[in-house]
Design a binder for this molecule. Structure first.
Ligand SMILES: NC(=O)c1ccc[n+]([C@@H]2O[C@H](COP(=O)([O-])OP(=O)(O)OC[C@H]3O[C@@H](n4cnc5c(N)ncnc54)[C@H](O)[C@@H]3O)[C@@H](O)[C@H]2O)c1
Length: 335
């Protein structure tokens, strides 16, 4: 069986998770890794290691490159990967401006290579089930939606990083923590208009250059009212990642800490039951992230390249999320 060769750029928190799923997949092969931090060489002692990603690309050892570097590097790195003929996986957020997303999509089209953007929460069993209920009109018209991301990002999270908390390199909480929730909002309800918003730095004044709390009023293209609240200030731990949908034929709350449970439901002649347990969350020791469905991402990449699936989350979808985030920041900046 011919295996697909992958390389990874960036071996911090998330890069090694890409590696573990590539290594576990029967059709995956990890052919090279890269990090500017020489100490990361020891993570994969048997795999060729590069400190310069352009040298890795020039060595042409892989068909697919996973870009797991800080947010501000995604655009330039992905464009270079695509222009050198590599299918490219970009960690979320796709970039920190719509303009950069456009350049990335153009590069993929010109090179005729796939650009995959990581949106692993779409695979959470409750999210996938609610998507199906919406598509099959089991919930009917959506009237109102409430989204809460109440997480904890502590001092160490920011002080141990040279990019997290920087406006220029990180972008803000909507890009780094909330882009999962903005993506699910777009995935379930389509285009979104932001009417009003307020952001504030309530508890991280000396740590981050942007807000740590926000509240927004939005509307879906079909007219559902949406409120979106986030905070990275919950005491000591993540508390909630939820989406409540009030619709014509049912009310359902996807909840838990990271959109991993059905907290309640009442649906006309229907009950969501027997959902798969799903993956655990990404546990980084000092803090916890989203549901760890990167195995499904790697599976989709391999199946797409093998011609048996389509790219589940392409550059266009990645760009839509960035566009919504930009609109939320634009509205809140006017206050
Ligand atoms: N999908 C998810 O759930 C998820 C979870 C965590 C992080 N992420 C995303 O993954 C990306 C990385 O996040 P992280 O938490 O792993 O960050 P991190 O800071 O822990 O890791 C980034 C790594 O990139 C390396 N790096 C920096 N500049 C480089 C360069 N020029 N060339 C090669 N390597 C370079 C750093 O040395 C570091 O090891 C971010 O965009 C983040 O938003 C996604």
């Amino acid at each position: 069986m011919e295996r697909i060769k992958f390389a990874i750029i960036g071996l911090g928190r998330i890069g090694p998770r890409h590696a573990s799923h590539i290594l576990k997949h029967p059709k995956g092969l990890l052919s090279a890794v890269c990090d500017i931090d020489e100490s990361k060489r020891s993570l994969f002692p048997d795999t060729p290691f590069f400190t310069n990603y352009k040298e890795l690309l020039a060595a042409n050892t892989a068909e697919v490159i996973s870009v797991c570097s800080p947010n501000y590097l995604h655009a330039a790195m992905c464009i270079h990967c695509l222009q050198t003929g590599h299918h490219t996986i970009c960690e979320k957020p796709m970039a920190i401006s719509t303009k950069d997303c456009e350049l990335m999509i153009s590069a993929a089209l010109d090179a005729q290579r796939h650009l995959f953007v990581v949106k692993q929460n779409r695979y959470n069993p409750p999210v996938a089930e609610v998507k199906r209920l919406l598509e099959e009109n089991i919930l009917g018209k959506v009237y109102q939606v409430s989204i809460n991301c109440f997480w904890n990002r502590n001092e160490k999270y920011y002080t141990s990083s040279d990019w997290k908390g920087s406006k220029e390199k990180d972008g803000g909480c909507l890009y780094t923590q909330c882009s999962h929730f903005v993506d699910i909002m777009y995935f379930l309800f389509g285009n979104i208009k932001c009417h009003a918003g307020l952001v504030k730095n309530a508890g991280h004044q000396d740590l981050v250059e942007f807000e740590d709390s926000g509240t927004f009023v939005l509307e879906s293209e079909e007219g559902a009212l949406i409120n979106f609240n986030f905070s990275t200030c919950t005491f000591a731990q993540n508390m909630e990642g939820s989406i409540t949908i009030i619709a014509e034929k049912g009310t359902v709350k996807i909840g838990g800490q990271y959109l991993n449970t059905i907290d309640y439901q009442k649906i006309d002649n229907y009950e969501i039951a027997d959902l798969k347990d799903g993956a655990l969350c990404n546990d980084y020791g000092d803090y916890k992230g989203s549901m760890s469905n990167h195995d499904k991402v790697i599976e989709n990449v391999i199946a797409t390249i093998g011609g048996t699936a389509k790219n589940a989350t392409n550059g266009f979808q990645g760009m839509k999320v960035v566009e919504i985030i930009e609109s939320m920041y634009k509205v809140s900046a006017k206050r």
